[in-house]
Design a protein around this ligand. Sequence first.
Ligand code: 4AD
Ligand code: MG
Length: 434
Amino acid sequence: MSDNNKFYLKDSNKYIGKEVTVKGWVFNIRSSGSIVFLHLRDGSGFIQATVIKGELTVKDFTEVQKITLETAVEVKGLLREEKRAPGGYEITVKKVQIISLAQEEYPIGKKEHGPDFLLTHRHLWLRSRRQWAILQIRNEVIKSINEFLLKDNFIRIDSPMITPSACEGTTTLFEIDYFGEKAFLSQSGQLYLEAAIYSVGRCYDFNPVLRAEKSKTRRHLIEFWMMDAEAAFVDFGEILEIQEELILYILNHVINNCRNKLKLLERNSEILTMIKSPFPRITYKEAIKQLQKLGSDIKYGTDLGNDDETCLMNHYKQPIFVTHFPAEIKAFYCKKDEVDNSLALSADLLAPEGYGEITGGGQREEDYQLLLKNIKKHKYDIADYEWYLDLRKYGSVPHSGFGLGLERLVAWICKLDHVRETIPFPRMLERFRP
Ligand code: 4AD
Ligand code: MG
């Protein structure tokens, strides 16, 4: 059954002066005896419903007085503009029906709760206004990624979750027993997308990926959502441009479609509005020099850690690409720079405001012999990569791609302290419940 004719709170501005019915939950109650203010949410928005004693039958008003936090209700009444009400609208209630009375005192009260308590109650915490806003923004980001890529001739193909071949090194692999054989949970669908470009040209996936990361930081999850994109006949420079356009497209969409949600999160969206392309590009070597100047003792040849990324980004208001990492510290599939063979044609996109790497990608090695040499150098079992090597035997072409970490991007857009708030049910080093 289509839902199009139902009233949702997000459309309140179109129903001023009309009688409406809202089905939802009571998240706040204020009472002055003869007037009760029920703050309602219906999933799409929030409103204040004002119940005046004389306007209801005695029986109905007695029912209203029973309502506790998180009780589910159906409310009928007149929708009015009311400047003093939070949100600017109000329902003058004619009838309230209790659908389900909350049985016990709701554990998440008005007082401040610590992160541990909130994470244990994540299933309830999701109902809070802030978490609602984050879920809505996450959805808008996902929607705009899909939209942008489809418009840019990428098609979505989905990569498997179970794989015999490591994509991003062996240290963060989750091993599983696949009916007596060793298998891994996917760290990234990239290698499979590289196979699919020979069928469809440009493609992407959007899956949860898993990494047994021992790092307990504000930016790391064990399970997170990654969008991998891959394109045939696209070189290093072009894949950076695609990423720039994608990021601007997403920001633009969120700024335009999620104003009230960004406001609710107290996110200054002006900062996001100022993001423009092209994003500055610096080489890894330049990044190391800048960091050393800033007092870091980082040495050429080590990967940029969280603190290095933050320190570097304190000096940029735009996202920046760090390019040309030493091939040694990048994955086996990276193509080498033609001029300096010790460098990989890879790039990390770092977000400003301390959010670190939001995408990683580059051009892939398309030569069979060079790729084979790299696989051997990494001491991977050739048998597990034979299928991947096949791609370089039959019509191999220059190609590039990147992976975008959804939670990192959402954390930056919402300016959150920790990525754990950007995913409905975070999986972290010390937590996989609820
Ligand atoms: O840089 P990564 O490891 O790149 C890849 O996996 C490539 N195979 C992607 C590709 O080229 N198709 O991961 C991509 C992005 C990072 O830039 C980061 O934003 C995010 O995934 N990411 C994480 N997000 C949350 N928690 C973690 N533990 C993450 N590890 C990476
Ligand atoms: Mg990376």
